[in-house]
Design a protein around this ligand. Sequence first.
Ligand code: MN
Length: 321
Amino acid sequence: MSNLDRQAPLSVCGGRGFVVAEPVRELLSPRRVKLGESTEVRRLLPNLGRRMVGAWAFVDHYGPDDIAQEPGMQVPPHPHMGLQTVSWLHEGEILHNDSTGVTATVRPRELGLMTSGRAISHSEQSTDPHPRFLHGAQLWVALPQERRHVEPHFQHHADLPRVTGRGLTATVILGELDGARSPGTAYTPIVGADLALAAGTSTSLPLDPDFEYAVLSMSGEAHVDGVPVLPGSMLYLGCGRTRLPLRAESDAGLMLLGGEPFEEEIVMWWNFIGRSQEEIEQARADWTEGTRFGEVTGYDGAALPAPELPPVPLKPRGRVR
Ligand code: MN
């Protein structure tokens, strides 16, 4: 999906200074953001209290929404730079079209991984007809300096590796978990996994003590390291953990996000990640003038105009404020 926020803030993220080196349990509340007329998402990253978890720089949770009488997701062509987008569905069906000529239909628990590299544009819309409910997460991964100008490309992996235990099915979205590795291309040490827990399950997952982690709750009643995490909330866990205790009171759906703390400072605005305000301004100009980001075919409608850049110059604020 896209950041459709018309008052997109310009923010600096990354840097190691505020990474919590020890295990912590920091509950992050979502910010409600309107996307278009009818859709509301819960934004977990960037958060007032925390901006990144490893290279994960953006997390929106949406639904479940009953879209039986509605067109559902309708995101017109828009650009991306310096990041990967991960589309992850629990319910619904999304048609993706991009400027590299790829068309793909992404279904629940399939990976739609778009690497923007230097420049890409894409549209996303619910299929027509579409399932009654739409429920998913949209996530971005920041690309490191040496790989952020790679050629744009889209990967669709319908069959992802799974780790199963008693009452737990973990689907590896990106990176590696408990010996299972996602076929999606990762550019930094990272992990993303979907955790489906059956009611009554009490288990634990192996973690890498050098990674920082967070868990997003998508459905059900789950306790993460003893903390109840309600759907639409995220628990930041810090670094230094070798195992993560999980307990489910009901059937529950979680996402585990982690990675090596992202050392570089990045500048995020709208759908772009760069390293300076000038670079962001250039990307905005290129999109407005119709250069660099290519063209999306297969979407019936106008492209998304870029919002105005805020007049206030950037002030680095680090990972936490
Ligand atoms: Mn997008």
